[in-house]
Design a protein around this ligand. Structure first.
Ligand SMILES: Cc1cc2nc3c(=O)[nH]c(=O)nc-3n(C[C@H](O)[C@H](O)[C@H](O)COP(=O)(O)O)c2cc1C
Length: 160
């Protein structure tokens, strides 16, 4: 049975998620990164998370080849930042005062949560990779509400 991909995308768009930005330094020392909703926790012992970058993303090599990378969970007021990291061919660093995580991965200050990850595994996921990281550093600002994504819209998560 063949399934229409636009129907698949529409159906997946009904599934509410949080929003992340994953960043890493590329081989030339430049920051690369992308907005991703395909993120989840995987394991407690060891602490593992995964995110799924498209293989045709400009930042794919940087994210999947870096020894350490950063995953930022975005807060409800960071919708503009999410769109900034979802555009190819622009300077995604515009307006960002980068700092470094404990292991040197590029860190955006002021997010809801910050996970610095050591590369653990990379699996094949069709036209995406499945990048698994071991969390080596974690910060949480739980005064922020999460940024939510559903039906192609971004906004602060409503009270449940
Ligand atoms: C809310 C949101 C969630 C996204 N989730 C993903 C994702 O999980 N994986 C992915 O590969 N692209 C995702 N994208 C698209 C990428 O952020 C976008 O294609 C990005 O520009 C790719 O990086 P590049 O500029 O290095 O090519 C998402 C975009 C938005 C706005």
């Amino acid at each position: 049975m063949s399934i229409d991909t636009s129907l698949f995308k529409k159906a997946m768009g009904q599934f509410p998620t949080g929003v992340t930005i994953t960043t890493a330094y590329d081989k030339a020392g430049q920051v690369a990164g992308m907005t991703a909703s395909a993120f989840c926790s995987v394991s407690i012992d060891p602490l593992l998370v995964l995110m799924c970058p498209a293989k045709n993303a400009e930042c794919y090599s940087a994210l999947t080849e870096a020894s350490y990378f950063s995953i930022h969970l975005l807060g409800g007021e960071q919708g503009a930042l999410a769109w900034q990291f979802a555009k190819s061919g622009v300077d995604k660093s515009d307006g960002i005062e980068w700092i470094q995580g404990a292991m040197g991965a590029p860190k955006i200050p002021g997010c809801l949560a910050y996970l610095e990850c050591r590369h653990h595994a990379l699996y094949d996921g069709g036209d995406h990779g499945i990048l698994v990281g071991e969390v080596v550093s974690l910060e949480l600002d739980d005064a922020q509400v999460p940024l939510a994504y559903c039906q192609s819209q971004l906004g602060p998560m409503p009270a449940l």
